[in-house]
Design a protein around this ligand. Structure first.
Ligand SMILES: C[S@@+](CC[C@H](N)C(=O)[O-])C[C@H]1O[C@@H](n2cnc3c(N)ncnc32)[C@H](O)[C@@H]1O
Length: 365
């Protein structure tokens, strides 16, 4: 173990085994130290955080949603004095922040404690920015201070990591695990990769968040007045998001669209399956999105057949539903079906994906 190899990984609960497999694919000596929560893992990567982050910057993982280093372990009491204690002690114990670059504190409390993340973020941010410190930017920080308060079960941190040589209590073993990193090294600039969107007036479905998150994560800019095809469109959340961004949408679904889309002349709803529309002399599109509830491989076959309808500058986004068992082989088969038709520009399990992942595809020509 090197003391810069202790990390916190976040993934969707239900994808822990896949996230660990991904980690071991690039860090063969990685060890799971303990689960801090269903979706938060404390690991010894067996390699420095910086090296792992550099690898994943080049080729992002699918299932690991967020990554943060553990550079300091501060034993806590769980009482209301903890936030002030951390605000007093952590700034000097952590590696210094770059004063010209923005920062944010991203705290999570994963154990019973008398405070919430907000109670930690506020005093710690004030202590770190101070009179001449870096500017605070919680939406798009360049640097992040991660603080995870958790009850450690078995892990014995290296004494070098323990704040002021303090020992962990015998009882709850509550501690703050803290580290400083560049947001680009964390795989997401949101704490734990938990990208939340405010509910909007007129929102049709929670599925809208999936599309918003995918556009952001893959850095996709929608064309102005593009022509989009939405496969599996009902009740119409994705169609609404695309319309709001100025796209003309052909919505394909045997199911009903929400009544609020009925009078929108920029939406053409065809009540049929995607397979049927393909037989019906379909148009060409700038964008194809697919959120169909369908076996991953069947959905990939449909998408492969649709590639010819995309303009060369076009792109596609699809969700891939993962089965309960054999998820890896099913995913490999799905990629193999898509590969002749598309290049894979991105693949991630997003915060708003449940047992599915989202793919960003560009047509091959
Ligand atoms: C999760 S919902 C889509 C939600 C939608 N993206 C939204 O934002 O409201 C899945 C949809 O896939 C549709 N679907 C399933 N099989 C289909 C097929 N073969 N062709 C077209 N739509 C299909 C279902 O009717 C269902 O409405």
């Amino acid at each position: 173990m090197t003391h810069d190899s202790i990390l916190i990984l976040s993934c969707n609960d239900g994808a822990v085994d896949l996230a660990l497999e991904e980690l071991r694919g690039v860090a063969s000596d990685a060890v799971l130290l303990e689960k801090l929560a269903e979706d938060v893992l404390l690991v010894d990567a067996g390699m420095p955080f910086a090296a792992l982050a550099a690898t994943w910057r080049r080729t992002p993982p699918i299932f690991v949603r967020h990554l943060a280093p553990v550079q300091v372990v501060a034993p806590l009491g769980g009482h209301t004095g903890d936030p002030a204690y951390l605000a007093r002690m952590l700034p000097a114990a952590l590696p210094p922040l770059e004063t010209t670059q923005s920062f944010s504190v991203q705290a999570r409390v994963l154990a019973d404690a008398a405070y919430k993340p907000f109670d930690l973020n506020t005093p710690l941010s004030a202590a770190l920015s101070g009179e001449s410190g870096p500017p605070l930017d919680v939406r798009a920080p360049a640097q992040v201070v991660t603080v995870i308060c958790a009850a450690l079960k078995t892990w014995q941190p290296d004494p070098q990591l323990l704040l002021g040589g303090a020992a962990l209590g015998k009882g709850t073993r509550l501690a703050a695990l803290a580290g400083v990193s560049l947001a680009v090294d964390n795989l997401s600039s949101w704490g734990g990769g938990m990208r939340r969107f405010a509910r909007e007036e007129g929102q049709i479905s929670r599925a809208e968040f999936k599309l918003l998150e995918a556009l952001e994560v893959f850095g996709i800019v929608l064309p102005s007045h593009g022509v989009a095809l939405d496969l599996g469109a009902a009740p119409g959340g994705w169609t609404r998001v695309l319309r709001r961004a100025g796209q003309y949408v052909t919505a394909i679904d045997p199911g009903e669209l929400d009544a609020r889309l009925a009078d929108d002349r920029g939406v053409r709803h065809l009540r049929m399956t995607a397979e049927h529309y393909l037989q019906a002399e379909p148009d060409a599109f700038d964008i194809i999105v697919n959120d169909m509830r369908m076996d991953a491989r069947d959905s990939a076959r449909v998408m492969a057949a649709y590639a010819k309808l995309l303009y060369p500058h076009g792109w596609a986004l699809m969700t891939v539903k993962l089965p309960e068992h054999d998820r890896k082989p099913v995913l490999d088969q799905t990629f193999a079906i898509l590969r002749p038709a598309y290049t894979l520009a991105g693949a991630r399990q997003l915060f708003h994906n449940r047992s599915e992942i989202t793919l960003y595809l560009k047509p091959r020509r």
